[in-house]
Design a protein around this ligand. Structure first.
Ligand code: KIV
Ligand code: ZN
Length: 512
């Protein structure tokens, strides 16, 4: 009988901890809601002990998300386990996920523990975690560079002491599909009571093998795959959720498996994550890239017109890419607007809906046809102000040309106060940023990246700008949306500055 493969999403832990991917609480909650709509089985909401900010976000997600298991990562220490449990205890189905390294190089140089000590620690900490939480996952970090016999011993120890899920990570993306399949088959065959637990795989993409290795794990008997939206994660990333799910879906007979994922929600979830981290999707990204379903060459177009199966193994609709794009306009009312946003998978609060509708009306004055992409961009950008004392744009004007220095006047608000500055610059955006710097006087930082792209077709498209700033090795991404690129740039810069200022005021909260 076909087996159900559980999807364990770690976008908010392994994904979020990678450089340039940090999210604030509001953003994490939005991603968690998307994951719930996707019907993932487990959300790894974070690493609760790593900072007060992480603890708060894991707890908030655990308290609010009711449709999935919510997990927190913990090392094999009582403090980590206590903190993880404290954060997730309000979840509908809480899970503690503890890990301990098992490869010779990790045990000797990172843990500085003998193999026997590692076994003893695993036994003790699995038992301790089990006394708090019945749903308990044990990960053997760097499993794929561990001695198989030792791995089998520690898996046995974890099962005997109460683990319900055994995760086999390819922590450094070293494995091959054949090795991964063989390892899972070996563990299931060798370890007593292996049929009482679920085996899981967690693959990194250093050699571009994460998807192939995860699927090989499924062929070997794994019943859970750990992955992230868009493959975010340490270094080259983790296995991308969208690839794993669509591979299983497209080749059901081969894998003799299925997942519970609503695949039609994949595209919007992926776009939301790209938007939050201020990146655009690579054109040729499998499943969600703009070219993933585009047929350019004459031979391909001819084939697809004759029969889609010639070059299309799945449909754009199956992952939620809409082909009927134009939806609303100037005469559309609040009800139609709200209904369409709900259809697109957004669940905005009444105040967010209010401000999003106001932005929609403003956009209708500038743009005749409002597409789904425009609506999604508006909704994604409907964020509450970063903090109560954040700087907000009141108004600006620029004077620029190719024969003159650009000048910009910017007026910002903070609470009831207004601040005005003027600056020259090398172009209107530079002039505006310099005027903002004069008002805000931010802590020392570097300007890392500026990216802009159009949200939809047409010269009147909304432009989305992402600005990335860096301070003390931490990245702060701000985004802005407008039909005017200068305004979008100012909004993006202000949003990044507000995050940076808030972080420098409260570094321990780790909410950049
Ligand atoms: O890659 C890894 O080994 C991990 C574990 C903590 C599961 O992320
Ligand atoms: Zn990992």
């Amino acid at each position: 009988m076909s087996k159900r493969v559980k999807i364990f999403d770690t976008t908010l832990r392994d994904g979020e901890q990678s450089p340039g991917c940090s999210m604030n609480l509001w953003e994490k909650l939005e991603v968690a809601r998307r994951l719930e709509m996707l019907r993932v089985d487990v959300i790894e909401a974070g690493f609760a002990v790593s900072s007060p900010g992480d603890f708060e976000s894991v707890k908030t997600i655990a308290d609010k998300i009711r449709g999935c298991t919510v997990a927190s990562l913990a090392r094999c220490t009582t403090k980590d386990i206590d903190t993880a449990y404290e954060a997730i205890r309000g979840a509908a189905d809480p899970r503690i996920h503890i890990f301990l390294a098992t490869s010779p190089v990790h045990m000797e140089y990172k843990l500085r523990m003998s193999p026997d000590k590692v076994l003893e620690t695993a036994a003790e900490m699995v038992k301790y975690a089990k006394s708090k939480c019945s749903n308990l996952e044990f990960s053997a970090e760097d499993a794929m560079r561990s001695e198989p016999e030792f791995l089998a011993r520690i898996v046995d120890v974890a099962i005997r002491n109460g683990a319900t899920v055994i995760n086999i990570p390819d922590t450094v993306g070293y494995s091959t599909p054949a090795e991964m399949r063989e390892m899972i088959e070996y563990l299931i065959k060798t370890v007593p009571d292996s049929d009482k637990v679920e085996f899981s795989v967690h693959c990194h993409n250093d050699l571009g093998m994460a998807t192939a290795n995860s699927l090989a794990g499924v062929l070997g008997g794994a019943l859970q795959v750990e992955c992230t939206l868009n493959g975010l994660g340490e270094r080259a990333g983790n296995a991308p959720l969208e690839e794993i799910v669509m591979a299983i879906n497209t080749r059901k007979e081969l894998y003799d498996a299925y997942t519970n994922i609503d695949t039609t929600k994949i595209y919007s979830a992926s776009m939301m994550v790209y938007n939050i981290i201020g990146r655009t999707v690579p054109l040729n990204k499998p499943i969600v890239g703009a070219n993933a379903f585009a047929h350019e060459s004459g031979i391909h177009q001819h084939g697809v017109l004759a029969n889609k199966n010639t070059y299309e193994i799945m449909t754009p609709e199956s992952v939620g890419i809409k082909t009927n794009k134009m939806v609303l306009g100037k005469h559309s009312g609040r009800h139609a607007f709200e209904t369409r946003l709900t259809e697109l998978g957004f669940a905005l609060s009444p105040s967010e809906l209010e401000s999003c509708f106001a932005e929609f009306k403003k956009l209708c004055d500038k743009k005749k046809d409002i597409s789904d992409s425009d609506l999604e961009a508006l909704a994604r950008n409907t964020m509450p102000a970063d903090t109560e004392d954040a700087f907000e744009l009141d108004r600006f004007s620029v004077y620029a040309g190719n024969m003159t220095s650009a000048t910009s006047v910017v007026v910002l608000r903070k609470g009831e106060e207004r601040f005005e500055e003027v600056s020259l610059g090398d172009g209107p955006i530079d002039a505006a940023f310099k005027a903002i710097d004069k008002i805000v006087n931010p802590p020392e930082h570097s300007f890392e990246d500026y990216a802009t792209h159009s949200v939809s077709e047409g010269k009147d498209t909304l432009g989305e700008v992402a600005v990335t700033l860096k301070m003390n090795d931490r990245l702060f991404v701000g985004k802005g949306l407008s039909t005017d690129t200068i305004e979008a740039s100012i909004l993006a810069y202000l949003s990044a500055l507000n995050k940076l200022i808030r972080f420098s005021a409260k570094p321990a909260q780790n909410q950049g």
